[in-house]
Design a protein around this ligand. Structure first.
Ligand code: NAP
Length: 487
């Protein structure tokens, strides 16, 4: 179930939140502590959906600053007005249950505990104490700064599954996003999502519409396979809008989410046996290599992977960026024997240059920082040069594999002039698709290939590795462009 908190703060805003979120919310949570005028009865009467009454004190991350008896009075009003559920903090459980009179049989209790300074250490003890209250639902939330810290929620979910206990466990913050998106996969009862006006009652809440339409979190089961993007940052990635609908079209019960990670070692330990595969982005493409039981030969040469899949003997790694880029180029022009200059010396440059070498091109690497160009060139057995020396190489194929020209700096280009010898220009950047670099090249009569073509091809191969089925490249392109248009 998806719970949408009603946060107001004005009564008008609270009413609008109920109306605009009604389509996606299974339950509302009335955050009495956040409302400027807590006219609880009126709000409860305004919806037919079941409702949780919560009046969170400051000590647990809420805004209520009054006395406990005043807080209980507000909760009692909500109970009398028909709130189906009441949330009581663990430290207020005894006095609260003594004081509050539920009257109605359908009344249910949630005992909650919030840790605001990182993941708690003793999850077993906490679970046992909460369970002892006899509350129908246990809710545990804490702040996570790195996705590996979801481990506390995973442990809480696991304890509850054994007991068939209804629970909500949430790692708050962007790094904990997967604990919300995957709540049903982990056996949780419900999770929280923000209202459609963009308000959140806690950090990391996604709009309920995203939870339902993009992730379909509420329809998942413990059998759903988990894939995701591993890196930092991951918030701007469009992968969730491409992988999730394509898994569905391919008939696979799988979900794709985002893992914001700094500590890859702890993440791989926490999610071992949980993750069926992942896309890997900066800064982990090289560091991921040490967690793999097997690697495809190209990825081994490049020393970097962007795709990891769990197989019976451990994780297998591949680099679909490299093939994606060269397949996109060779759709228009064969590279074998041609002078092929790659601008840049980062992950994308290394992938493009490495695969171009494999396909027989005469590759040169040019980069702002000469030392990095030299490093990439040496590892691939090719030559390097300075950016202002590129024209003298008379390139036939010129690749921008730097981030210069990417949104929002769309008027920037990596080279002042594009040499007249260039027959094909390719840009790894996909936002915008038609970069300044490509526009200039096109103006000079060169064939142009965009980063969207690379993205679509690498995604097709990645999804094939994840699901065993190949999606249609046109579908990938279409979903990608739609996601870029609607950030
Ligand atoms: P990276 O490892 O950080 O490398 C960035 C490169 O850009 C470095 O060579 C850097 O030069 C150069 N650079 C940055 N700012 C510059 C400037 N102002 N002037 C000159 N050179 C500059 O990044 P990456 O992972 O390779 O990604 C590069 C681009 O590829 C990004 O736009 C990314 O979105 C795109 N990409 C696209 C796809 C796709 O499917 N289409 C896949 C992967 C990546 P220094 O070494 O001198 O810093």
């Amino acid at each position: 179930m998806i719970i949408v908190p009603i946060t107001g703060p004005s009564m008008e805003e609270a009413t609008n939140q109920i109306v605009s979120s009604a389509r996606h919310a299974d339950l509302f949570e009335l955050r009495i502590d956040l409302l400027s005028r807590p006219e609880v009865g009126m709000l409860i009467a305004s919806t037919r959906k079941p409702l949780i009454a919560t009046c969170r004190p400051v000590r647990e991350g809420g805004r209520f600053e009054g006395r406990e008896d005043e807080r209980f009075d507000l909760l009692q009003q909500a109970i009398d007005a028909g709130a189906r559920y009441v949330d009581l903090e663990l430290d207020a459980w005894g006095p609260g249950r003594q004081r509050l009179d539920s009257r109605r049989r359908s009344q249910q209790w949630i005992v909650s505990h919030h840790v605001l300074d990182g993941p708690p250490g003793r999850v077993d003890a906490l679970y046992a104490t909460m369970k002892k209250t006899g509350a129908g639902i246990l809710k545990f939330a804490y702040v996570a700064d790195d996705a590996w810290e979801i481990h506390a929620a995973l442990h809480f979910f696991a304890l509850a599954r054994k007991d068939r206990q209804r629970v909500i466990a949430i790692a708050m913050g962007e790094a904990g996003e997967a604990s919300r998106v995957l709540y049903k996969v982990f056996g949780g009862w419900a999770t929280f999502a923000g209202s459609e006006d963009g308000r959140q009652s806690a950090p990391g809440q996604l709009p309920a519409s995203t939870m339902k339409r993009v992730f379909r979190s509420n329809t998942r089961t413990t059998r759903t396979k988990i894939f995701g993007l591993v890196g930092n940052p991951v918030g701007q990635s469009k992968g969730i809008y491409i992988h999730n609908p394509l898994y569905r079209r391919l008939g696979r019960d799988a979900i794709y989410c985002r893992f914001k990670i700094d500590d890859l070692t702890r993440f791989m330990k926490t999610f071992d046996g949980v993750l069926s595969g992942c896309s890997v982005t900066a800064p982990h493409k090289q560091a991921m290599m040490k967690f793999l039981a097997s690697v495809d030969p190209l990825a081994r040469t490049l020393g970097a992977v962007n795709t990891v899949v769990r197989r019976s003997r451990g994780y297998f790694g591949a680099n679909t960026d490299a093939r994606g880029a060269l397949d996109a180029i060779e759709q228009r022009l064969r590279v074998s024997g041609r002078r092929f200059v790659v601008l840049g010396a980062g992950g994308a440059a290394r992938a493009v240059a490495g695969e171009a070498v494999r396909r027989g091109a005469r590759v040169y690497v040019a980069n702002r920082t000469a030392q990095r160009a030299e490093g990439v060139a040496r590892s691939l057995g090719v030559q390097w040069t300075a950016l202002d020396n590129v024209a003298s190489l008379e390139p036939e194929i010129l690749v921008n594999a730097t981030s210069v020209g990417m949104w929002p700096n769309i008027d920037a280009t990596p080279l002042k002039e594009i040499p007249g010898t260039v027959r094909l220009a390719f840009d790894v950047i996909y936002n915008p698709a038609m970069t300044k670099f490509l526009k200039v090249a096109e103006g000079q009569g060169a064939i142009t290939v965009t980063g969207v073509e690379m993205y679509a091809r690498q995604a097709v191969e990645q999804i094939r590795l994840f699901t065993g089925r190949k999606p249609d490249a046109a579908d990938v392109r279409h979903l990608f462009l739609a996601a870029t248009r609607n950030p």
